[in-house]
Design a binder for this molecule. Structure first.
Ligand SMILES: Nc1ncnc2c1ncn2[C@@H]1O[C@H](COP(=O)(O)OP(=O)(O)OP(=O)(O)O)[C@@H](O)[C@H]1O
Ligand SMILES: [Mg+2]
Length: 291
């Protein structure tokens, strides 16, 4: 459904745009319907840039991004099927208006002919779908709601559309542990509706909990990707191993799988793209990482 093919993003920076920063460098992966894919990598590795390109908020420098074969095209039709939810829910609300105004905008843009009572019913149902009590949250101002409630209202808003893909960028980072689990479970529920979710995070354990497949990004490049169990259970790239080793609970089973001084990619004589080390498990060249 979502497909990134050799996507590159170069930002022009400096006073006259004279300097170039390659934020995303030849990235390819896909997200299928009913699947959560987590995009993991350290700060500055290009995760949000990828999310913003998928949402049409920033242009693609090279390669292509398509949803059901159609290139990203910002506009009413595209956003009917593709929506994003971001880290800071407060920034999506205007503090002087009640929080449910975000639903009004959806009505005016996409459903102008739906009668008001029927619309109110749809909103109530969407709010209940994200496990909020409509009586408690509707009619309130943003400052009267918690970060987790605002975040869930944004997800509810996305659910009112005919959504195919949700890009969720660090959405759980500012939530407390129990609300975080609620939001994660909610994302897991979305899968059963056939929605695809790209879950951007730097928290491995959350990605591990949620995602069928994982993409590990480093300095704008994919170093490893594949089924989550394979990537975290048997990490092949030194960078992925570092990430996994930093999470005590995930650590252990992969000891000795690949000697630390081996670049599997190089050893197998791969060239171009990633090496498919086993079914649904791809790894990049690690020669640069091995001293
Ligand atoms: N608008 C911009 N103009 C110039 N450079 C940018 C811009 N946005 C991001 N960058 C640069 O692109 C690189 C990737 O940034 P990005 O925000 O995609 O990283 P990230 O993986 O989301 O990081 P984090 O985990 O901190 O959110 C960084 O080096 C960043 O400084
Ligand atoms: Mg980011």
């Amino acid at each position: 459904m979502l497909r990134l093919d050799n996507v590159t993003k170069v930002y022009k920076v400096g006073t006259f745009g004279g300097k170039a920063v390659t934020a995303v460098d030849g990235v390819s992966f896909d997200v299928r319907p009913g699947e959560v894919v987590s995009l993991i990598g350290e700060s500055g590795s290009g995760k949000s840039t990828i999310g913003r390109m998928i949402l049409g908020l920033t242009s693609v420098t090279g390669g292509s991004i398509t949803v059901d074969g159609v290139p990203v095209k910002p506009g009413k039709e595209y956003y009917r099927g593709v929506q994003g939810v971001f880290q800071d829910p407060f920034s999506c609300y205007n503090p002087v208006f009640k929080a449910d105004r975000v639903f009004r905008m959806i009505k005016e843009t996409y459903y102008p002919s739906v009668p008001e009572p029927a619309w109110a019913e749809r909103v109530r149902a969407a709010v209940q779908d994200v496990r909020l009590n409509p009586g408690e949250v509707l009619g309130k101002y943003p400052h009267q709601l918690s970060g987790g409630q605002l975040q869930r209202l944004l997800i509810a808003r996305a659910l009112l559309l005919d959504l195919k893909l949700l890009v969720a960028d660090e959405i759980t980072s500012m939530l407390d542990a129990s609300t975080r689990i609620d939001v994660l479970n909610l994302l897991a529920d979305l899968k059963t509706r056939g929605l695809g979710v790209l879950y951007v995070t730097h928290d491995l354990s959350l990605g591990n909990y949620l995602a069928e497949r994982t993409v590990v990004l480093r300095r704008g490049q994919v170093v490893e990707r594949g089924l989550t169990g394979k990537v975290f259970g048997d990490p092949l790239h030194p960078y992925t191993r570092q990430l996994v080793a930093a999470v005590p609970r995930l650590h252990a089973p992969w000891e000795d799988a690949v000697p630390a001084d081996t670049c599997l990619y190089h050893e197998k004589g791969a060239s171009g793209g990633l090496l498919e080390a086993e079914r649904d498990h791809f790894v990049a060249c690690a020669c640069g990482e091995i001293a």
